[in-house]
Design a protein. Structure first.
Length: 346
């Protein structure tokens, strides 16, 4: 019995050891399987990491390309900005030069033309008619017409008297009778009609001359100085007669050509010079502070870019010039500035 008991105990112990070993083997298999799964996961992660490194490398290359493109774009943008700034500076300089030309060249010449036209239509035409009346050729032509007309009247009267009274007289025997009186009268009229006015040709040749030259050509011979009649002295050409009309802002539709006052030449010159000097100072201030004339509209109360509001006559002349259809191949002669009459500007 003791042997059997021992064998039984030993068998039970062996069975317990076997179960324990089986359990250990099972646990070891689980650990091995877990490690294998972990290895597989690590391999998967390693592959993913490799792919990610490839993607990162590709993205880095793309980023570098984008950075290069961005740098090129910034460089191009800076170049274009510099070009635009240079062009804007050139345009501002041209605008300043154009404004100066308008103030110092165009507007004074146009206003001088307005004043000259007003003087020619007013006083000039009257002086031209009076100066034509002083022509010896015209006076002689009028005298010839009057003499021929008187001779014609006398001859017609003698003829009518002889024919009416039926006198036994021969008209040719009468010394005062001239059978060619009517022909001489017609010839005198044609001579007066065909008379050439040298003053007109002279004024035509002076159409581009300064106003003082035109005024000097219309000086009357009867204007002998202080002893001349008062109305002759009033018509004497003078630079003080050149004026510019100032039109009101609200014009009367019933009388659109009515103006409120006239500006004398000297006053207009002083105002123009003062205004130009202020504008030049404003331009210097704008350039010093880096402000273009187009962005700096007003300084010290003087408009920088906006030109002076010209009188209505200037707008009319500009409209007339714009509607001209005749063109010239050669450059038209430059408007001459009078040496004795300064430029006009309002």
């Amino acid at each position: 019995m003791t042997m059997r008991s021992q064998l039984r105990l030993r068998f039970e112990q062996e069975a317990k050891l076997l179960k324990k070993s089986v359990a250990q083997v099972a646990r070891r298999d689980k650990r091995i399987q877990a490690r294998e799964n972990k290895i597989k996961n690590l391999e998967t992660l390693l592959e993913a990491e490799t792919e990610m490194k490839k993607d990162v490398s590709t993205l880095q290359e793309q980023v570098m390309g984008v950075e290069k493109l961005k740098a090129s774009f910034e460089e191009f943008k800076q170049y274009e900005d510099n070009q635009v700034e240079q062009r804007c500076a050139k345009i501002d300089a041209r605008l300043d030069a154009l404004s100066i030309d308008l103030d110092e060249e165009l507007y004074p010449h146009m206003l001088t033309a307005i004043a000259g036209r007003r003087w020619v239509i007013g006083r000039g035409s009257r002086l031209a008619l009076m100066k034509c009346g002083e022509s010896t050729e015209l006076r002689q032509a009028f005298a010839d017409v009057l003499s021929a007309m008187i001779a014609k009247g006398m001859s017609m009267g003698l003829k009518h008297e002889v024919e009416h009274e039926k006198a036994k007289l021969d008209l040719e025997a009468i010394e005062a009778y001239d059978p060619e009186a009517e022909a001489k009268y017609i010839a005198a009229l044609h001579a007066l009609k065909d008379l050439k006015y040298h003053l007109v040709d002279q004024l035509e040749s002076l159409k581009d001359a300064p106003m003082d030259v035109i005024m000097a050509s219309l000086h009357l011979e009867s204007d002998t100085g202080d002893d001349a009649p008062h109305w002759i002295r009033e018509l004497r050409p003078s630079s003080s007669q050149l004026t510019i009309p100032v039109y009101p802002e609200a014009r009367d539709p019933m009388d659109p050509w009515a103006y409120k006052e006239e500006i004398l030449l000297a006053d207009a010159i002083v105002a123009n010079v003062s205004r130009d000097e202020k504008k030049k100072k404003c331009r210097m201030v704008c350039r010093t502070h880096g402000v273009g004339s187009a962005h700096h509209a007003r300084s010290d109360g003087v408009p920088v870019f906006v030109p002076t509001v010209a009188p209505q006559g200037l707008a009319i002349l500009l409209a007339d010039a714009a509607t001209q259809t005749k063109t010239y191949d050669e450059a038209s002669p430059r408007l001459l500035r009078s040496s004795s009459l300064p430029i006009m500007h309002s």
